[in-house]
Design a protein. Structure first.
Length: 138
């Protein structure tokens, strides 16, 4: 059973962590940094962004890395959502498989760039819901 919402932070806390993950995704690839690791952080950006919005709306969410499941909760709550963002569900595979040797295929540069773009769009969506005045003035 998930803890009550006062124990898991605020929507702003979740967005701060999502932004941190996105900053890691954007890091110039060093020789030892795997694209799989960067894609994991793209998945985390989307997951934490979705959870920030669900928390703001008072909707309990499961401890899951399943982005499609979180998107379903967004739809059920009738939170404004652009169907283009459904692509975020594709990031779920990066939550576990790519983090361990031998458990996934190598990520291509193109897949990495796509994961980055999706993560950026989901974070912007969440920011526009949680911090609309900040985003309007930008």
């Amino acid at each position: 059973m998930p803890p009550n919402q006062s124990e898991i932070g605020t929507p702003a806390d979740w967005l701060r962590h999502a932004r941190s993950d996105l900053a890691l995704v954007r890091v110039e690839q060093e020789t030892d940094v795997l694209l799989e690791t960067l894609c994991f952080h793209a998945q985390q950006t989307a997951e934490k962004s979705l959870k920030a919005v669900l928390l703001r709306e008072g909707i309990e969410f499961p401890y899951t890395h399943d982005i499609a499941r979180l998107i379903t909760l967004v739809h059920k709550a009738k939170i404004p959502w652009n169907e283009e963002l459904d692509q975020a569900a594709e990031l779920t595979g990066y939550a576990v498989e790519g983090r361990y040797p031998g458990s996934a295929e190598t990520v291509s540069e193109e897949e990495y760039r796509q994961a980055l773009a999706i993560a950026e769009r989901v974070l912007i969506w969440a920011e526009n819901i949680i911090e609309p005045t900040t985003q309007e003035g930008s």
